[in-house]
Structures are given as C-alpha cells and as structure tokens.
Write a protein that binds this ligand. Structure first.
Ligand SMILES: Nc1ncnc2c1ncn2[C@@H]1O[C@H](COP(=O)(O)OP(=O)(O)O)[C@@H](O)[C@H]1O
Ligand SMILES: O=P(O)(O)OC[C@H]1O[C@](O)(COP(=O)(O)O)[C@@H](O)[C@@H]1O
Ligand SMILES: [Mg+2]
Length: 501
C-alpha cells in the first residue's frame, strides 16, 4: 500500500518493500486548474523518430545501487526528461538564468544549453540573463539571451552573466520576477545558491505564482551531496595536473626538492584527492576531512624527511581547507567572512611551506629547496573539458524539460548515472565530503604510501563514526530516508558523505 506525506519542499511517497520516492514539488500542487499542452517535441524532427522518448511518469532512480538481498528498496528520485504534457505554451514562457557564487568550468556551457534547449526543443524565445548574481535581479538591467548571442560562449571560462556573493534579498528578487513576468527561473550555483533558490521557491509559492524554480548544481569543490559529481570537477582535476607536474619537475631537479601545490576545496578535499590519484607524482595529499599534525612521531615532518631520504624529492598536494585548525593555533584567528557568509580561509599552502622550511632549517639542519605553487584560480577560470561539456548539456536540458513539465523547487542532478530531479532541501541539508573511512581514501593512502597522520583521538572519532549502519559509510551511496539522514547528522561531518568513489 502506498502512502505519502509532503512538505512544501518535498513530497515523500512510500511504496512496497521499503520503496521511498523523494519527489519534487509541482506547480499544480499550489496553483489550481492549470491547463496542460502537448509537448512540442512530439513534432520535432529530432525526437519524433525516437521511440519512447518521453519519460514515463512512474520512472524513478534509486539513490543506492549497492543493495542487500533482504534490504529495503530505499530512496528514489524522479527521473528527469521530457514529459508528454507541458504546463507552459512556448509563447508564454519568459525564462531567466542567473549564476551565483564562485566560478566553475562549464558555467557558460550550461547557460548556452538552457538558451538553445528552450529555443530548439520548445520554441521559447524570451530568455533573460540576470547580470551579476542574485543582486542583479533588482539592481541591474537584464541581458537578452538568444541562441545567436550564446553560440560561442562555451569556449570561454567564467560566466558571461557575471556572478557575485551575498545580495540575496528574497522579496526584492521575487518582486523582480513578478514585475518582469518571468515564469521560469534557472539558478546555477553551489550550496549557498541552492539555499537561496529554496527561499525564492517558498516565496513564489506563498504568492501563488506560476513560476518554476529550477536549480543546476555548480561546485568546483564537489561538495554538493546526492549527485554523482558536479560539472567542472573533471576539468578542475585535469587542470590541476599541470600544477602538480610543474611542482614535480621543480622538486626532482634539485637536491631535497619539495613541491607544494595548493588546490581548491574549502571543506571537501575531492579535487586534491582525485588530482593526487591521477598524477602518481604526489607523495602526500592533505585534505580538510583528514586531520594531520606536523611534529613528532607519525607527523608530516617525519614523513617528509623519510621521503626525501628515499627519493631525494617530494610533492605535497594540500586542499585549501586542510589543517585550518593548526593554522588557527599558530596564527591569530581572524574570523572574516565573504559577502555570502562563507568563512575566509587563511593560506594553508603558504603556511605549511614556511613551517617545512623552518623545521628543516632549524631542527634538522637539512638543506631543502621548496617551491610553492598556488594554481587555485587557474583551475576554475577555464572552459569545461569535453566530458564536462557533455555533462553540462544534459543537466541544462534536464532542467529545461523539468521546468516545462511544471516541476519546481528542484535541482537537476546525476544520480548513479541517471538524470533526476532532486528536492532542493536534499541538496542543501548537508555537504558532500570525502569519507576517510571509505575505500577511496584508503586507495589514495596506498597509492601515495603516505601515513594516515591520524592521532589516537582521531582514530577514536573515526571508530565512533563506524557505529551507524554500514551502508551510511559506504562511499558512493551514502544515503537513506529521513531517519537515516537524521543519524547521519549525528556523525562528525568530516567523516561523512562521499559521492565519488
Ligand atoms: N542561506 C541562504 N539563503 C539565501 N541566500 C543564500 C544563502 N546562502 C547563500 N545565499 C546566496 O547564494 C549566493 C551564492 O552563495 P555562495 O555561498 O557565495 O556560493 P555557492 O552558491 O557557490 O556556494 C549568494 O548570493 C548568497 O547571498
Ligand atoms: O571566489 P572566492 O570568493 O575567492 O572564493 C573562493 C572559494 O570558492 C570556491 O572555489 C568554490 O566555492 P563555491 O562553490 O561555494 O562558490 C572554493 O573552493 C574557494 O574557497
Ligand atoms: Mg559554496
């Protein structure tokens, strides 16, 4: 017997054998008597030959693909794609696109594909670009976007619309949406942006407006949960190889050479982990999720000395959010935040470089040559690579199909290789992090052959985190229903949620 419960953010349907559908809201949930129209794709020559092109209304995608024989079927998301019926007539659509937060490779590709998707698939020709992030809704003029205007933009890094942090004023934004007659809002951004999208959706719903709010998750750090990976991540990892190569060449060209490379990753060390695994030249990878110490037995200095003795050189990759606790101990903690409220981090790369130099100069009397490379902005200011470009295209098209079908308050996302619509609150309720008790981190440790640097107290924390159901700790499908989600919240966050494995 199916049962259901719903909030404004998510509709949960329970089916047989522990099946759960975490469904996204629909305009018809709060706007009565909405007319529907046949999907214009039916007569589109590109699609009319494709059998079963329209997604079956009952199609859902499981969040967890590794299952046990007697286990529950678990959480599912609605499958993305075109529906037989749409809730907008092409001529009535006024869409807008906004990009917020930090840059990420592929932003322009997503913008391009939303504009072209709306135009070529649905015959929509009114698409407005919002200038400079959320504040552009109420402080700037809009930019007309046509397939011609966006034709070449995917070859450029950044976002042609501009971006910003802060400036989210919900009522001013929704006033602007109303005043301009906008009825589809495409919001491209990270965790902060999707939180902002959720508030906009709530306000739109409170006002009873027929406006679809569609999120497209953007994060170079890959810190958004549920989805397999974020667009731009692959490109960033690839670009990071150039910095690591340079560090390696510099380090191996001198006696006791050390190359230190800082990569992005405020709270999640995915870029550092994947760039390390890809490179094979890295001796040590340090990420925010895995505590480390410098001095004494099992510390970084001891390992550095050992590696230099063995190999004559060493490459260290450090994520920008790693070791921030050590920095605050040794430097004054300046609790500065950016305009969105994100903590501004101190430069851990510079700090660790000084610490290593000081250590070998003072205590060990060992001459080292250290080169510090900070390519952080270089890895995100580039256009997306081929695989990310394809991914961006599919995400953009998914979002367009979803909005046209009347879904709202959703994020388009890839789950186990399938495109889905995910409720916004599932995306914003926690952060995707490298799980250091997971096999992927173990693979990294065995690939670099670095120590784990964990102290007994850290090991205790890790063991404590192993108490919840094993499936919570298995990377790649760290998920469950609301109950499981609650349990997850009780575990130190640095030990949780790994979606890439
Ligand atoms: N809790 C929130 N409610 C509403 N808006 C938010 C919230 N958090 C962030 N925002 C807005 O989202 C935008 C981007 O957020 P930010 O954290 O800078 O980047 P990202 O989306 O990449 O994580 C900013 O304009 C910010 O004001
Ligand atoms: O762009 P800024 O303000 O310099 O911030 C840099 C931060 O942005 C990021 O690139 C991504 O952050 P968001 O995805 O949250 O925007 C972080 O890795 C980095 O710490
Ligand atoms: Mg963020």
């Amino acid at each position: 017997m199916a049962s259901s419960e719903s909030t404004t953010q998510m509709k949960v349907v329970h089916g047989d054998a522990g099946y759960i559908l975490e469904d996204v809201p629909h305009l018809s949930d709060y706007v009565p008597n909405l007319p529907t129209y046949p999907n214009p794709l039916r007569s589109n020559p590109a699609y009319s030959v494709v059998k079963q092109y329209f997604v079956h209304m009952e199609d859902t995608v499981p969040q967890k693909v590794v299952v046990h024989k007697d286990g529950p079927r678990g959480v599912h998301f609605r499958r993305a794609g075109p529906r037989q019926k749409v809730y907008f007539r092409s001529d009535d659509v006024v869409a807008c696109i906004v990009t917020c937060g930090g840059l990420c490779p592929g932003l322009n590709t997503v913008i391009r594909e939303i504009v072209c998707g709306l135009s070529y698939m649905y015959g929509v020709d009114k698409v407005l670009g919002i200038d400079g992030g959320y504040r552009g809704f109420y402080s700037k003029n809009t930019i007309d976007l046509t397939p011609k205007v966006v034709n070449d933009i995917h070859k450029r890094g950044g976002t042609i619309l501009g971006t910003s942090r802060g400036g989210h004023d919900t009522s001013k934004i929704v006033d602007s949406i109303q005043d301009r007659g906008i009825n589809q809002v495409y919001i491209i951004g990270g965790d902060g942006t999707q939180r902002g999208a959720a508030v906009i959706y709530e306000e739109v719903r409170r006002r009873g407006l027929k406006v679809s709010i569609a999120g497209i998750p953007k994060t170079i750090d890959n810190d958004i949960p549920v989805i397999d990976r974020s667009f731009g991540f692959d490109t960033a990892v690839e670009e990071a190889q150039r910095a690591i190569n340079a560090a390696h060449v510099e380090a191996e060209s001198v006696e006791n050479g050390i190359g230190v490379v800082k990569l992005m990753g405020r709270y999640s060390g995915f870029i550092a982990m994947y760039a390390t695994l890809a490179s094979r030249d890295v001796d040590c990878c340090l990420i925010p999720e895995s505590p480390f110490h410098l001095e004494g037995k099992g510390g970084l200095f001891e390992f550095t000395k050992k590696r230099l003795k063995e190999n004559g050189h060493m490459v260290i990759v450090i994520a920008e959010g790693a070791g921030q606790d050590l920095l605050t101990e040794s430097m004054q903690d300046v609790d500065q935040k950016d305009a969105s409220g994100n903590k501004l981090l101190q430069d851990v790369g510079l700090w660790i470089s000084h610490k290593i130099k000081d250590h070998f100069a003072k205590e060990n009397k060992m001459a080292i040559v250290l080169k510090y490379i900070d390519p952080t902005y270089m890895i995100r200011a580039i256009p997306s690579n081929a695989s990310d470009s394809v991914y961006c295209t599919l995400l953009a098209q998914s979002a367009v199909h979803g909005a046209m079908a009347g879904y709202t308050g959703f994020t388009a996302g890839l789950v186990n290789g399938r495109h889905t619509y995910i409720p916004l609150n599932r995306i914003t309720e926690r952060m995707n992090k490298v799980v250091i008790t997971d096999r992927m981190w173990a693979r990294l440790l065995s690939s670099t052959n670095q120590p784990s640097f964990l102290k007994p107290k850290d090991v205790h924390e890790v063991k404590k985190a192993e108490q919840p159901p094993a499936q919570l700790l298995e990377g790649g499908n760290c998920n469950g229903g609301a109950e499981e989600a609650k349990k997850v919240e009780q575990i130190p966050t640095q030990l949780l949620e790994s979606k890439i494995n």
